[in-house]
Design a binder for this molecule. Structure first.
Ligand code: G3P
Length: 223
């Protein structure tokens, strides 16, 4: 499967759970097919199976835990995510941090476990500097998202272009995604122009009245 240039994180948005998650994922697949722009979706663990069975785009878990088979009630087992049909997983989103107080050990173990089962790994970072440290742990992509811009109306590429430039410098262009506040074609265009390989976004799509037209607009910025 091709690398996704636009990944939508469904988070726990009401519009992106259960059958609505499936509908939204189908829209991504449709727009991807019609525009040729790669797209992926990061969905609730419980929605991975039905979405992965229905759409031919990369489906990501929003998190996995660094556990194996056995006595780990309530944890998200990487093998189970893989068996459900996930292509990959997000890790360390700022709403589900794994790195705490500068300790990267748990994240390192999570990346290792995800890789062991063949999951494509996208790790989130809050700053370019953190992204640079995370890149050394060997994820497939690093998504830099300033937490204060998440869920807002101003995109990282407009409000803090230096974050995009810094991320590209410290992580490398081909491994860098950026996100927070991304809403339209211009946000995607600037991110890519500054050297990122794509964007990670959520509310711009999940809260849109017409997500299909938003996806088409976003895709036009990546074309
Ligand atoms: O994972 C993407 C996310 O944190 C950005 O959210 O709503 O600002 O696009 P949003």
């Amino acid at each position: 499967m091709q690398l996704s240039v636009i990944i939508t994180n469904f988070k726990t948005y009401e519009s992106a759970i259960g059958s609505e998650a499936l509908d939204l994922a189908i829209l991504h697949a449709k727009v991807m097919q019609e525009t040729g722009v790669s797209m992926g979706v990061a969905v609730q663990t419980t929605d991975i199976g039905r979405i992965a069975a229905a759409v031919n785009i990369p489906v990501f878990a929003q998190h996995i835990d660094p556990v194996g088979f056995g006595s780990y009630t309530g944890h998200v087992l990487p093998e189970a995510v893989k068996a459900a049909g996930a292509y990959g997983t997000l890790l360390n989103h700022s709403e589900r941090r794994i790195v705490k107080d500068g300790d990267f050990d748990l994240l390192k173990a999570s990346i290792k476990r995800a890789k062991e089962v063949g999951l494509y790994v996208v790790v989130c970072a809050e700053t370019p500097e953190e992204g640079g440290e995370i890149a050394k742990l060997g994820p497939d992509l690093v998504a830099v998202e300033p937490p204060e811009l998440i869920g807002g109306d101003i995109s990282v590429s407009t409000a803090q272009p230096e974050v995009v430039r810094g991320a590209v410098e410290l992580i490398g262009s081909e491994k860098t995604l950026v996100g927070a506040g991304v809403k339209n074609a211009e946000d995607v265009r600037i991110s890519i122009k500054l050297g990122a390989s794509g964007v990670l976004l959520a509310s711009g799509v999940t809260k849109a009245d017409d997500p299909e037209s938003v996806l088409r607009d976003l895709a036009s910025g990546a074309a």
